[in-house]
Design a protein around this ligand. Structure first.
Ligand code: PLP
Length: 394
């Protein structure tokens, strides 16, 4: 029977990273990867995570399953990290399901949303992280896109976004990137989040926030101002949060689906659907990453160390953005200031598909066809080479 299957084409992003690894050019530069890289080109382990791991190895008594919803310290740590003490304090109605990564959280959130509104349309930004479509579509939800990034102005086209979202109705889901929009790096302003809140209240759609980069854009609190505004104004919000980037726990698959409900009954019912979906799909959450994150988030010393290191990472990316934007503007006599004002790891350089593909062949600089680059993959050794090469094709 299985011989009837043919080989699927490789995932466009993972396939390109694999092509780069296979390239024997010693001078190749990989700007495709979706992980944070430090100055030496390594995706580092946070010191606080290393410490937590040492503690965990010596304290661990059992490998029995975690509770189905996940580790209590992790869940409370993530709830207050995302919503803050004010919204997550006494009287709040928030439930959570620990998940395998942010992808797991998106999938569990989708299952819950499909249970609540089976004929829902999910509104996704144009462009969005391509994995949203198979991940959320696999539960049977259908999609519509709203305009988001304007390649001509190199920024969010909010007028068109708001105009497109006028068609979102009660029972629909609007997916927003909490911060550090992937792939564009262009984020909404707080005023724009507020307009979305007005529209959600008037039109009755539900908002799902994909939060994969908290602390990597402007700071841990700054990066969640928009979603906190929505939660407080709407009284209902779903957040799919990931610890892959901000705690460096990529391979440990550490995420959480957070359900901010209007009352405890709704939040509990929502969580029960999340737990039911988890039971159907993978049964129990993986423990290691969540146990580490739980310790880091709740132990004052580990927390302080993590916050300091994360702030340094965030600062380095902001500095790289400034450097790249200045150098490209000088070299090309074009305005690349948008790179400095965008957030997080990704930005489009604004090249054509041919230009992006040409740079792969010579001098061996790998970026997505859309010219999305990972700014964190730049460093003192490759920055000028990249600037020269981009200038040469413009
Ligand atoms: C926009 C976005 N959402 C969600 C994720 C999920 O990350 P993970 O499942 O590795 O936690 C990513 C990872 O690259 C992402 O870029």
């Amino acid at each position: 029977m299985l011989e009837q299957l043919s080989v699927l084409p490789p995932d466009p992003i993972l396939g390109l990273a694999a092509a780069c690894r296979a390239d024997t050019n010693p001078n190749k530069i990989d700007l495709t990867v979706g992980v944070y890289m430090d100055e030496s080109g390594v995706c580092p382990v946070f010191n606080a995570v290393k410490q937590a791991q040492i503690q965990l190895v010596s304290d661990e008594q059992t490998k029995a399953y975690l509770p189905a919803a996940g580790d209590a310290a992790y869940l409370s740590g993530m709830t207050s990290l995302v919503f803050g003490d004010e919204l997550a304090g006494n009287g709040s109605h928030i439930t959570a399901v620990q998940t395998p990564g942010g992808c797991g959280a998106l999938r569990i959130a989708s299952e819950v949303l499909a249970a609540a509104s089976p004929s829902a349309t999910v509104w996704i930004s144009d462009p969005t992280w391509p994995v949203h479509i198979p991940l959320m579509g696999s539960v049977g939800l259908k999609f519509a896109t709203y305009s988001y990034y304007n390649p001509l102005s190199h920024g969010v086209d909010f007028d068109r976004m708001a105009s497109d979202l006028k068609a979102a109705v009660a029972g629909d889901i609007v997916l927003l990137h909490g911060c550090c929009h992937n792939p564009s790096g262009a984020d909404l302003t707080l005023d724009q989040w507020s307009v979305i809140a007005d529209m959600a209240l008037e039109q009755g759609f539900t908002v799902l926030v994909d939060l994969a980069y908290q602390g990597m854009g402007s700071g841990l609190t700054e990066d969640v101002q928009g979603l906190r505004l929505l939660a407080s104004r709407l009284g209902e919000l779903i957040v799919a949060a990931s610890c892959s980037k901000n705690l460096g726990l990529y391979r440990e698959r550490t995420g959480v689906a957070l359900f901010f409900g209007k009352d405890m009954q709704t939040a509990a019912a929502t969580q029960s659907h999340g737990l039911g979906a988890a039971r159907r799909v993978y049964s129990m959450p993986p423990a290691h990453g969540a146990l580490l994150a739980g310790r880091v988030l709740t132990d004052p010393e580990l927390r302080a160390s993590w916050e300091t290191e994360l702030a340094q990472i965030c600062g380095r990316m902001i500095a790289l953005r400034t450097q790249l934007s200045t150098k490209l503007s000088e070299k090309t006599n074009q305005d690349f200031s948008f790179i400095a004002s965008e957030k997080g790891m990704f930005s489009f350089l604004g090249l054509s598909v041919e230009q992006a593909q040409g740079l792969r062949k010579d001098p061996g600089i790998y970026m997505l066809d859309s010219s999305r680059i990972n700014v964190a993959a730049l460093n003192d050794r490759n920055m000028d080479i990249v600037v020269e090469a981009v200038a040469s094709v413009l």
